[in-house]
Design a protein around this ligand. Structure first.
Ligand SMILES: *Cc1c(COP(=O)(O)O)cnc(C)c1O
Length: 480
């Protein structure tokens, strides 16, 4: 359904620049197919597009797909026209099991859940990766190029990326996971996908070992000279772009722009909450973004006391938030520092050396105008899970419970709605949910036969040369 008064793309030119200032600007098509910038930075739009209050008023009552088109059109520049973008959104979001795509559920007078888990693999990563898979296919066909996606996963990204890329033209995906260290649902969501372009590799080692091998492959000229290697983690700009949409969608339903809305975001790599920050930059009236962390609290320390230093990761019931470093935090630092790539580059080089960074007072204060943070321990996580069950009959997953716990302890005026992002379906982490709350969530019907399907996975030792040989002997060269 076309929307009234369709207009030409107001920002037909949209350039992306590196946070470290040392790489040439790219357009949206190039930035989608690239991972990290050559100077080690992350790509961001040169300017944040802005909506007027009237344009946000006009979002009221629109479908998810229509809001997606309006929000993303300025970012794609002249690489896609409105009809092409709408067509991709209809395909991507047509695969969601709820007709609202990301519905809101009310918990009490102030608290809401934004259910982001109705995609094929039961976590919010589907929202961005379903679209990214289609963007890859479209842009690769144009360039007549072949892409090799290599990634390491602790669970959710791998399953969402495999589902999004299985069977697509001109792209192969090699996904490494630490053998025996991901949930049975997560593993089966990857290994039961049978498509010739999907390669699952169980590594004898930890997630960090797998991640280190992937990073080494990206820097290995004997691989990159022949293959176009790409990433699907949240350093990819297109993923963040797709996540901005649901902030507008939810806020519009709750009365924006006439009323401010707060969001609480279970945070790991800082991608999801950064998308909320961008929504604010684009004109959405956001009262507060609550950065909820578990005991792996580097972001809480950085935002509350300026201490961004890495420690060791403690495994928790919310494994997608068990991180040491939040890659996307660099995108915020760049903005806070006046978009000065030289400064950000110096700051990141020093951090990579010492694994420590002090955030200056003025940057902390600028951040505090929009962000607050909260560290949630396992007891408070369980309490929030039980509160949602008793108060509203909602069974929530551990990641969501951390967001909700942070939302409930935030000091926000009771007239401001607080939306907690429900990032995973409780069934995806059903053992942890059962341990914390006594309720065992059942798997949704749409993935009901997951445990009857046959698995396919290669087991490899934690040895770089073996993994490299495995990938290069099966992948298709860039121009092949
Ligand atoms: C990836 C993930 C997160 C963390 O999101 P970031 O964008 O990395 O901050 C939170 N919850 C779930 C369920 C996830 O899969």
């Amino acid at each position: 359904m076309p929307y009234g008064g369709a207009k030409a793309n107001p920002l037909a030119i949209m350039e992306y620049i590196s946070t470290r200032g040392g790489s040439a600007p790219l357009n949206f098509e190039q930035v989608t197919l690239t991972g990290l910038a050559g100077d080690g930075g992350l790509y961001v739009p040169k300017k944040w597009p802005k909506f007027s209050s009237q344009e946000i008023v006009e979002m009221a009552g629109l479908s998810y797909v229509e809001i997606a088109v309006r929000v993303m059109l300025p970012f794609v520049g002249d690489t896609l026209d409105e009809t092409e973008l709408r067509d991709l959104c209809e395909q991507a979001y047509g695969r969601f099991a709820h007709s609202a795509v990301t519905p809101l559920a009310q918990l009490d007078g102030q608290h809401w859940l934004l259910e982001l888990f109705h995609g094929p693999t039961l976590a919010f990563k589907d929202v961005a990766l379903q679209l990214l898979g289609l963007l890859f296919e479209k842009f690769l066909a144009r360039q007549d190029k072949h892409l090799t996606v290599v990634g390491a996963t602790s669970g959710d990204t791998g399953s969402a990326a495999i589902d999004a890329l299985a069977g697509r033209d001109k792209v192969d995906i090699f996904m490494l996971h630490p053998d025996g260290r991901i949930s049975d649902v997560q593993r089966r969501q990857m290994t039961t996908v049978r498509a010739p372009n999907v390669h699952n590799i169980a590594i004898d080692g930890s997630f960090d070992d797998a991640q280190a091998m992937v990073k080494r492959m990206f820097a290995d000229r004997t691989v990159t000279d022949q293959f176009a290697i790409s990433a699907v983690n949240s350093i990819n700009w297109a993923r963040l772009m797709a996540q901005i949409v649901y902030y507008f969608f939810a806020a519009s339903q709750l009365g924006a722009p006439h009323r401010k809305i707060a969001f609480s975001v279970p945070t790991g790599n800082f991608g999801d909450v950064f998308a909320g920050y961008v929504a604010g930059k684009m004109g959405l009236p956001i009262e507060r973004l609550i950065v909820a962390t578990n005991v792996n609290d580097i972001l809480h320390r950085a935002l509350s006391s300026g201490d961004y230093s890495t420690g060791t990761v403690t495994p928790t019931a919310a494994p997608s938030m068990d991180i040491q470093i939040s890659s996307n935090f660099e995108r915020l630092l760049f903005d806070l520092e006046g978009r000065d790539g030289v400064k950000t580059s110096g700051r990141m080089a020093a951090f990579e050396e010492s694994r420590k960074m002090l955030i200056d007072d003025d940057m902390q204060q600028t951040a505090a105008a929009i962000f607050t943070s909260h560290r949630v321990d396992p007891d408070d996580m369980s309490l929030a899970m039980r509160w949602a069950q008793e108060e509203a009959g909602q069974v929530i997953d551990p990641h969501t419970a951390i967001g909700l716990s942070a939302a409930r302890s935030a000091d926000i005026d009771p007239s401001v709605p607080i939306v907690t992002l429900a990032t995973a379906h409780p069934a995806k982490f059903r053992d942890a949910v059962e341990r914390a709350s006594g309720v065992r969530p059942s798997l949704p019907r749409r993935i009901g036969d997951l445990f009857d399907r046959e698995e396919a996975c290669d087991q490899l030792p934690g040895d770089y040369d073996t993994v490299k040989e495995f990938v290069t002997s099966r992948a298709t060269p860039a121009d092949g």
